[in-house]
Design a protein around this ligand. Structure first.
Ligand SMILES: Cc1ncc(COP(=O)(O)O)c(C=O)c1O
Length: 365
């Protein structure tokens, strides 16, 4: 392969050159002054991006590790957790809660729709002994964003219910204010909208969450968050961190800050608008209802008679451009375009041109 592949995947996403080469810096010991300074700086940068004063930890794992850490540290045997289910990743949340002995209370939606404030409020009213709500802010499998998250979180907190959020495929690509929205635990990962290589996950923990964690039965060793807090106070991690990935993450966040974080987020929205508009012109309709459409994952059904697998396969084999099919029951229903991270208008224009060619759309439309 001579040319770099063009990634429009739901992760991993394109990693800019300066971020890739940051990984080649010489390794240092993780109990040294040098490490401590890069660790502190990177955690503080993550806090800035999350708009939080809460503790934030960097885990050496993909996003699922942080989801598991969130659940194992919060959920005791028999705890009832409300989970709006509207895609594969919210299904997974239920599965992880079950594995750790909790009882997920699913609030189910047809794929393509998502939870509203009114639905969640009603579900909370009906279930009086909920410990938490666990919610995926942006379920990557249908491409659904929960726009009511701030209202949902505020209501839940007022009811004394912890708010646990999987923001893996949206952190860095859309609005997310951890403290203002009163999110107790937030999980995210490196390989999505931050344009960094895969391998790191992030977790923020509020004071209310710490009060609960104190009384949760210990069943994790590697993901015991109290250990991370203890080591964080020395600017260290409890176990050997992925130092090279930390260099890359540090570089990628600084690149985002140079561009301007608001600008970076706005670019995701601008690109999403262009893609939705152009797909509409091609007769490829968005899969998700308007109010729930994601800016970071654009899912669409190709025009009649064209299979998603055909579109994805031809884009990859002929043009070295990578898109994704739907997951599970959506695999032959939709194509997903990852609109995350460092993508220019040039790449968007190329994507549109190639998609219209592959789907056989005539220029005269
Ligand atoms: C919303 C969401 N949650 C969890 C995950 C799992 O993350 P990972 O594959 O990094 O473990 C993903 C991955 O795409 C995701 O999009």
């Amino acid at each position: 392969m001579i040319m770099d592949p063009l990634l429009f995947l739901p992760g991993p996403t394109y990693v800019p050159h300066n971020v890739r080469i940051a990984q080649a810096k010489p390794l240092v010991g993780h109990r040294t002054k040098h490490f401590r300074s890069i660790y502190r700086e990177t955690v503080d940068l993550l806090k800035d991006l999350m708009y939080t004063e809460n503790d934030v930890f960097i885990l050496t794992s993909s996003g699922t590790g942080a989801v598991e850490a969130m659940i194992v540290n919060i959920v005791n045997e028999g705890d009832k957790i409300l989970v709006p289910v509207f895609g594969a990743f919210s299904e997974r949340l239920c599965e992880i809660i079950r594995i750790f002995g909790g009882t997920p209370i699913p609030l189910r939606y047809e794929y393509g729709k998502g939870p509203t404030y009114e639905d969640v409020k009603e579900a909370i009213e009906k279930n009086d002994d909920l410990k938490a709500i666990a919610i995926v802010y942006n379920d990557t499998s249908p491409g659904v964003t929960v726009r009511d998250l701030p209202k949902i979180a505020e209501y839940s907190k007022n009811e004394g219910i912890l708010v646990l959020v999987d923001a893996i495929s949206i952190f860095g690509g859309d609005k997310l204010l951890v403290d203002e929205w009163k999110i107790d635990v937030l999980v995210a990962a490196s390989q999505k909208c931050l344009a960094s290589p895969p391998g790191l996950a992030f977790i923020s923990v509020s004071n209310d969450a710490w009060n609960v964690i104190k009384s949760t039965k210990k069943r994790a060793y590697y993901f015991d968050l109290e250990k991370y807090r203890q080591f964080d106070r020395k600017n260290e991690t409890p176990f050997t961190p992925a130092i090279s990935l930390l260099y890359a993450l540090n570089e990628s966040i600084k690149t985002i800050m140079d561009i301007g974080y608001s600008e970076w987020i706005r670019n995701h929205e601008k690109r999403a608008n262009i893609i939705y508009e152009e797909l509409h012109k091609m007769g490829a309709e968005p899969f998700v209802e308007k109010d729930f459409r994601s800016n970071t994952i654009i899912s669409f059904a190709p025009p009649k008679g064209i299979k998603p697998s055909y579109v994805v396969d031809i884009m990859a084999s002929k043009y070295n451009v990578y898109l994704a099919r739907g997951m599970g029951p959506l695999s032959e229903k939709i194509v997903r375009v990852g609109n995350m991270g460092y993508i220019g208008i040039r790449e968007i224009r190329l994507l549109i041109e190639l998609l219209s060619e592959v789907m056989g759309i005539s220029k005269s439309r």
